[in-house]
Design a protein around this ligand. Structure first.
Ligand SMILES: Nc1ncnc2c1ncn2[C@@H]1O[C@H](COP(=O)(O)OP(=O)(O)OP(=O)(O)O)[C@@H](O)[C@H]1O
Ligand SMILES: [Mg+2]
Length: 405
């Protein structure tokens, strides 16, 4: 195979359910789809590798499928990071100069770096330092201080950290599949790129990615990241509830959930019946479809009560005036967002990713919003890096450029 051309970008999302590799071309008119590869995820759960060989195998499969479509080998990629080991906190930093001076990139970098100086346990690393606002002398609420004059520069930052070993193990698995990782990105941050609208970001919005293993949450307010969290419930918990409640194998429960599931019992017509395979040698049974709903509805309520409590505890519930946007395959369960509406009492919608040129319609589903966001994020960071080669400052610049985009 020929070498990968420079104007291509690859993103990898190693989810609990599926591994997705997306290759796009960077053109004058934006991003253009080139190829993608999908494989069932084996050996990874909730952002953590539990069986390295199996994880490498499914990443390799997805990479090879994408390479077949692209027509060249995939050598480098950006990688999504998510799961219960990720944490977000708000912090601040700053510096005082001997006399007023023009704020340049170096000053911004140093101020943001000061915000990094909160003690982190040795097994954690900073994934993102996302500036929320700058304060110049006594003037707060500055979004981009570049070129302004001040004697004191302070910055409030949302810092997202991850367990070093968990992140490193996913990187190792991707490396073993023959791909070098250029950058790691907290998945909802990338996903926000492909699904949130500028007015939602300004007003205050929560993005909740309901994956298979967990629900990854990011609140954006006034264009900047304000809060992030990972809730330990995803689509697979709904499936395992059905498996236990209906006494059927997990794979059958998954099919029943997708074909007949609804999170609102009363929306299921009375009298409908579903054939449920049994475990062991016992014959399959007919079960009322309403029973499927009766098992799913409490789990949906639990998830959204957890989300509501998390947002309230962080002082963010009222900040989400534009409501909650749901991505991830788990969000596709019929009735789910109606339950979200009734628990959260906020505007809710499903995130249908904005398509890129020549993208097959199969990728236009909420579970692909993250990988599409990863290429958009990678593209923005690469454009920002045009003049500066420092990886960290490019990342900061990408966030500043991205405000309200
Ligand atoms: N039509 C559907 N109805 C209900 N649930 C669905 C549907 N389609 C997919 N799901 C669920 O979505 C989940 C997979 O979503 P997704 O592909 O976003 O997860 P992932 O990215 O692999 O996992 P994670 O983000 O947790 O690592 C599974 O639990 C699956 O059962
Ligand atoms: Mg996911």
């Amino acid at each position: 195979m020929a070498k990968a051309p420079a104007n291509f970008l690859t993103a990898i999302d190693v989810g609990s359910a599926k591994t997705c590799v997306l290759v796009v071309e960077i053109t004058e008119n934006g991003l253009r789809y080139r190829a993608h590869g999908l494989a069932d995820s084996k050996g990874s759960r909730k952002g953590i590798i539990v069986d390295l060989d199996k994880a490498v195998g499914s990443i390799q499969k997805a990479v090879e499928r994408a390479e077949d479509g692209a027509g060249f080998p995939i050598e480098r990629a950006i990688l999504g990071v998510a799961g219960s080991h990720v944490r977000g906190i708000n912090t601040h930093g700053g510096m005082v100069f001997s006399r007023p001076r023009e704020i340049g990139r170096d000053e911004i970098r140093q101020a943001v770096d000061k915000a990094r100086a909160v003690p982190l346990p040795p097994d954690r690393e900073v994934l993102h330092l996302l500036p929320q606002e700058f304060m110049l002398d006594d003037q707060a609420g500055v979004h981009d201080p570049l070129g302004m004059i001040a004697a004191r520069l302070e910055v409030r930052v949302h810092m997202i950290s991850a367990a070093t070993s968990a992140t490193q193990n996913v990187i190792t698995a991707v490396n073993r599949a023959g791909v070098h990782i250029d950058d790691t990105v907290f998945e909802p941050l990338a996903c926000a790129d492909s699904v949130l609208r500028a007015d939602e970001r300004e007003l205050g919005v929560c993005l909740a990615d309901v994956g298979a293993g967990s629900t990854n949450v990011l609140v954006i307010q006034e264009g900047a990241a304000a809060h992030s969290a990972v809730l330990p419930i995803g689509g697979d918990h709904f499936t395992s509830d059905l498996s236990v409640g209906l006494c059927t194998p997990v794979a059958e429960a998954e099919k029943i959930k997708k074909l007949f599931g609804n999170a609102i019992v009363t929306l299921i017509p009375e009298g409908n019946e579903v054939e449920v395979p049994s475990v062991g040698d016992r014959p399959s049974r007919l079960v009322s479809q309403r029973m499927v709903g009766e098992i799913l509805e409490p789990r949906a309520r639990e998830l959204f009560e957890m989300l509501r409590d998390n947002l309230r505890h962080a002082g963010m519930l009222e900040a989400c005036a534009a409501g909650v946007v749901f991505s991830g395959g788990g969000a596709r369960l019929p009735g789910l967002i109606d339950i979200a509406d009734s628990v959260l009492r906020k505007p809710v919608r499903i995130a249908w990713p904005v398509p890129i040129a020549r993208m097959p319609s199969a990728l236009g589903e909420p579970e692909f919003a993250t990988v599409l966001g990863l290429v958009a994020y990678g593209h923005r960071a690469r454009s920002a890096r045009g003049t500066e080669d420092d990886r960290w400052s490019a990342r900061l610049k990408a966030m500043l450029v991205g405000k309200g985009a």
